[in-house]
Ligand binder design. Structure first.
Ligand code: ZN
Length: 204
C-alpha cells in the first residue's frame, strides 16, 4: 500500500508544525533562562498579550522549554523568567522525547468546571515546596498555538491543574497564595528558606 501524494504531504506538514517547537528533553549544564524565585518582584507583575506569533516568540518558547526540562518542571510561564508576556509552555510527558510540548499564547479561561478537587502542587519558582491547593477539576481555555493558530482546549486531571497553575503566573499569582492550610504553608516555606511575607493570599 502507498500513501496518496496529498496525504503524504499533509503528514509531512503536520510533522513540521509539531517539530517546530520540539527541543531535546534533556537537562542542560547552563540553561538559557534564569527562573526567578519567591520574593522576586517579576513574579508579581501582570503579563502583556503577545501581539504577533513569530519566530522570535517560538525561540523564547524553546528557551523556556530548555530551562523547564533542566529544572525538571512540567510547566513554565514567561514571567517566571522575567519576560512579561502571556506565554506558557507545558509538558507533562518528559519520558517520551517525541511528544510535542504544549505552547499556550494569550491563553484565556472560557469556563471552569462545577466541581473542585485537591491536588498537591509545586512550582519551579518555589523549589522544594509542595502543598495542597483546591481548584476546579476541569477548565476550558482559548489560546493561540506556536504557529499563531487560534485553538480551544478542555483539560482535566494533571493537565487541567498545570494549565490553571501556569495561567495564575500571568496575573502575578503563585500557588502558595491559594493554599488554605496556613500553618502547613508557614512551616513548608520556612523549611525551604522562603519568607511567608512574600505570600499574597487570594480570596476565592
Ligand atoms: Zn509555578
Amino acid at each position: 500500500m502507498v500513501l496518496s501524494r496529498s496525504f503524504a504531504q499533509l503528514a509531512r506538514k503536520s510533522g513540521q508544525a509539531k517539530a517546530s517547537i520540539l527541543v531535546a528533553k534533556e537537562p542542560l549544564d547552563s540553561p538559557p533562562l534564569e527562573i526567578h524565585t519567591l520574593g522576586h518582584n517579576e513574579l508579581r507583575k501582570s503579563a502583556q498579550r503577545v501581539s504577533k506569533v513569530d519566530e522570535s516568540v517560538r525561540e523564547v518558547a524553546r528557551d523556556m522549554l530548555r530551562s523547564m526540562y533542566t529544572a525538571k518542571g512540567i510547566g513554565l510561564a514567561a514571567p517566571q523568567v522575567g519576560i512579561q508576556k502571556k506565554l506558557l509552555v507545558i509538558d507533562i510527558d518528559h519520558e517520551t522525547p517525541s511528544t510535542p510540548p504544549i505552547v499556550l499564547i494569550n491563553p484565556e479561561i472560557i469556563t471552569f468546571g462545577a466541581t473542585v478537587e485537591t491536588y498537591e502542587e509545586g512550582c519551579l519558582s518555589i523549589p522544594g515546596v509542595y502543598l495542597d491547593v483546591i481548584r476546579p477539576s476541569t477548565v476550558k481555555i482559548s489560546f493561540r498555538d506556536e504557529m499563531g493558530r487560534p485553538r480551544k482546549m478542555n483539560a482535566d486531571g494533571l493537565l487541567g491543574r498545570v494549565i490553571q497553575h501556569e495561567l495564575d503566573h500571568l496575573n502575578g499569582v503563585l500557588f502558595v497564595d491559594r493554599v488554605t492550610d496556613k500553618e502547613g504553608l508557614t512551616k513548608e516555606l520556612d523549611d525551604h528558606g522562603f519568607n511567608k511575607d512574600d505570600v499574597s493570599p487570594v480570596m476565592s
